[in-house]
Design a protein around this ligand. Sequence first.
Ligand SMILES: [Zn+2]
Length: 286
Amino acid sequence: MGQYESTCCPLCKNDSSEPTKYSEGALKIVRCQNCRLWYLSPRLTEDAMLEHYMKADYFEGGDSGYDSYAAQEESLRMTFRRLLGEMSKRGMCGGSVLDIGCGYGYFLQEAEGYFRQRYGTDYSAGALAQAKWFVDKVYQGGIDDVPEEEQFDCVVAFHVIEHVYDPTTFVNSLYRRLKPGGTMILAAPDMGSWWRPLMGLKWPSLKYPEHVVYYDNKTLKLLMETVPLESHQSMPYPHAFPLNLVFNKLRLPEFPEFGKRAVWMPATTVAIAAKKPLAEEVRVAA
Ligand SMILES: [Zn+2]
């Protein structure tokens, strides 16, 4: 197999999985018989995947990655503005925020009125070259490239964890960089969405080889329960997309001007927020 590997469940480490109807070549989505997580096995080895991501065209179409991330700029900004409004209503704003996988920094730029200090990480040097103008600091790489002594009032990762090979270690790293009382928010494509049975094998969130884990509300909560967070709450996360991108996914013809408009798509994304306890030492002792 060379660049492929089989894996146990990335969440509960159970070895027994059942096949599903989703596959592409050697890559197969299976389902854990214990925690019911959907995940890719066999999958690309992490080295082979890094090579895949290092291709300069990942953010700009090519044969992988985003269908031009920049073309989605306005709809991504709309999505983040709505989410920030919701976060603000729930008292999750103020202080500092760290955005893992910040891309061009659209979320962090929109977050200007909501957080006093804004930080981001991304593997793409090209994306960070743009993001750095809007934020206090960027770190090239992932969460482990943020010094451990740095702590934030809010740590977010939107559409990142479905790419992460070892999600429990990842969530633990996020947790350690969260101030007591701080909020963690994770969002991913919703495997429990009614779009999936409706669209069958054409469901756009099935992304081979990049999405290695597929979450729904239950398994995302299970993942966040691997660290001592509390007050878990589901976050509404309506996502705006350019009309042409939606048409393209539905295999419908595109429109030159009209198609650039953004439309709201419900139920594409599952998002959960949770808080780090203020008195952590008491809970650990208990
Ligand atoms: Zn499992």
